[in-house]
Design a protein around this ligand. Structure first.
Ligand code: SAM
Length: 245
């Protein structure tokens, strides 16, 4: 069972999980690297996500693949004492960093921290007013399964927001972005986190991720309606939204 700032343990497979390894190795430096690599712009992408979420006082929100809890903190302020925010992530190192950070900043009363796999969410049907997954879906092995699982836990009328790297709209921007992420990122990863491999993996996972229209179709296939997306920073990032009918 889950408690405030306790973990709900889930069974994970025995096979070495590369994604898990990557995030174990970057957890402690994660927040600083986020600011550095995105030049602080991830804060704007996240702010826009909050604005479009429609979350209000008293709502139940799931911040899935929530990592160190950036969105969780913002939602915690909005939903207030009558609401709940669940910070869920598959990786206990990320959750530990997140939990410590939430405590340091004085957050706790309306937040639950749960270790969970997006593909098999341990929550009841029709439970959340809103689910966000920010820079998390690209790491999920079976994305269609995760989208179905998310749809199941949303209340009818509830909203999914997927914030994720996507396909730049213009070829010149694509070139510059490739250059940046395949050369500058691993170097920064090496210098700051002592780990260039993890950042190489991140750059590769971004290229493999479905583009805007493909992800929109996947959300529709999972049973969501009113699916649309907003490109940000020239399509380097896109915010997809969909509603459970
Ligand atoms: N949402 C946070 C943010 O925007 O700063 C963290 C994003 S971080 C790049 C990606 C997170 O996805 C990691 O914490 C990782 O552990 C988590 N993750 C990867 N696969 C997952 C899965 N199948 N289920 C839940 N979380 C997962």
């Amino acid at each position: 069972s889950s408690t405030h700032f306790g973990y709900q343990q889930v069974k994970t497979e025995d096979k070495v999980n590369h994604v898990a390894e990557v995030f174990h190795s970057v957890a402690s430096k994660y927040d600083m690297m986020n600011d550095l690599m995105s030049m602080g712009i991830h804060r704007l992408w996240k702010r826009f996500t909050i604005e479009l979420s429609g979350v209000r006082k008293g709502h139940k929100v799931l911040d899935l693949a929530g990592g160190t809890g950036d969105l969780t903190m913002k939602f915690s302020d909005i939903v207030g004492a009558e609401g709940t925010v669940v910070l869920a992530d598959i990786n206990d190192s990320m959750l530990k960093v997140g939990r410590d950070r939430l405590m340091d900043k004085g957050y706790s009363s309306n937040i639950e921290v749960v270790q969970a796999n997006a593909e098999e969410l341990p929550f009841p049907d029709n439970f959340f007013n809103c689910v966000t997954i920010a820079f998390g879906l690209r790491n999920v092995t079976d994305k269609d399964k995760a989208l179905r699982s998310i749809t199941r836990v949303l209340k009818p009328g509830g909203k999914l927001l997927v914030l994720e790297f996507s396909k730049p709209e213009n070829p010149l921007l694509t070139k510059a972005y490739d250059l940046y992420s395949f050369t500058a990122l691993p170097v920064m990863g090496k210098l700051i986190a002592g780990d260039s491999e993890s950042y190489k993996y991140l750059a590769e996972s971004i290229r493999m991720h479905p583009d805007q229209e493909t992800l929109k179709g996947m959300m529709e296939n999972a049973g969501l309606v009113n699916c649309r997306y907003h490109n940000m920073t020239g399509g380097i990032v896109a915010l997809h939204t969909g509603v459970k009918p």
